[in-house]
Design a binder for this molecule. Structure first.
Ligand SMILES: [Ca+2]
Ligand SMILES: [Ca+2]
Length: 77
């Protein structure tokens, strides 16, 4: 009985850790609402930090973040 409880607790911990440890690809996909492979300023609104620093990460100044540009942001936070 005790072993079972520990097992369920461990599983629950691992599952909740997984939610917080979403990698940058998953976050990028979540933010990229229209799935066009870029995050626009509008789409960045869902991430309050990204929304205000958007221009800083848009290295080529084309008004949208590629996955590479987003990864740089994600690595820094
Ligand atoms: Ca998009
Ligand atoms: Ca860009």
């Amino acid at each position: 009985m005790k072993t079972n409880q520990s097992f369920f607790l461990l599983t629950a911990l691992l599952l909740s850790a997984g939610v917080y440890a979403m990698d940058s690809n998953e976050k990028f996909t979540t933010l990229d609402h229209d799935n066009n492979g870029f995050i626009t300023q509008d789409e960045a609104g869902a991430d309050s930090v990204l929304a205000v620093t958007f221009k800083k990460w848009d290295k080529d100044k084309n008004g949208r973040l590629s996955k590479e540009e987003y990864n740089e942001y994600h690595n820094e936070i």
